[in-house]
Design a protein around this ligand. Structure first.
Ligand code: MG
Length: 252
């Protein structure tokens, strides 16, 4: 099933998505909920980020091709960092270029949404903790990332984490094509098959550090081809089966 979040006439709801229509959901999608008929037209609502995590845990250099383009080695253990939930935006919302950076780049990534609380999760049982998958863009101020050493500023600006358009609970992450186009030109093309650490190993590693909560979002790294974004660019990230996440770039 495909879940999303939306706002209609000032109220925010979870919904399910079916044949271009939305059905309202009452309750907690990670526990008990009730679905209503999918009869709301998608054009009658504002789509919100498809997730509402307590934290966003990201993975650096998880594709050999991307590590190579930055002339760094693939890590021996997963390299993780955080983005703040305040960086989230939804499908069709604007990525705002901050004045502090002159090199903001896109990073097309598969997002994993956690479904139940866990610590020290075994890779063999990691699947039980996954609620579903979505598309994310780990937008990065590359100049500030390099300048600071720490990645918090370069990765953490408001609007630097577009996510959506929905969470799919039936997606198979083993070999899905990831494409990123900027103004219709293909910039990134990779497969989730080429991750250095697959999803279940990432969940095991991250949960050995911090408790994962329902709704938490894990970004799984980006394939090669990251590049600079400019004012008015249109970024479209597609992952087979998960739809297209589309955002416009803006100076304000
Ligand atoms: Mg990234």
């Amino acid at each position: 099933m495909k879940f999303l979040r939306y706002e209609q006439q000032g109220s925010v709801s979870w919904g399910w998505y079916f044949e271009d229509k939305i059905g309202k959901i009452d309750g907690n999608i990670f526990e008990n909920y009730r679905r209503f008929e999918a009869n709301i037209s998608i054009s009658d609502v504002n789509l919100l980020p498809a997730v509402a995590p307590t934290k966003i845990i990201c993975t650096g250099r998880n594709y050999a091709s991307h590590a190579a383009e930055h002339k760094v080695d693939v890590p021996e253990i997963p390299l993780i960092f955080l983005k703040p939930p305040s960086s989230l935006i939804g499908n069709n919302e604007k990525i705002v270029l901050p004045p502090q950076s002159s090199q903001v780049e896109h990073e097309a990534e598969l997002g994993v949404v956690i479904g139940k609380r866990g610590r020290w999760i075994d890779p063999e049982t990691a699947d039980d903790y996954i609620f579903g998958y979505t598309i994310a863009n780990d937008v990065t101020a590359r100049d500030l990332q390099r300048l600071d050493g720490q990645w918090t500023r370069g990765k953490g600006f408001d609007t630097f984490c577009p996510v959506g358009p929905f969470i799919d609970t039936e997606f198979d992450p083993s070999d899905a094509l990831i494409t990123c186009k900027v103004n219709q030109q293909v910039r990134q093309l990779g497969s989730t098959r080429d991750m250095v650490f697959p999803v279940e190993k990432l969940i095991a590693f991250i949960s050995s550090v911090m408790t994962l909560e329902p709704g938490d979002l894990i970004l799984t790294g980006t394939p090669a081809g990251v590049g600079v974004l400019s004012d008015k660019d249109i970024v479209e990230i597609e992952i087979e089966g998960l739809g297209v996440l589309k955002n416009r770039v803006s100076l304000k």
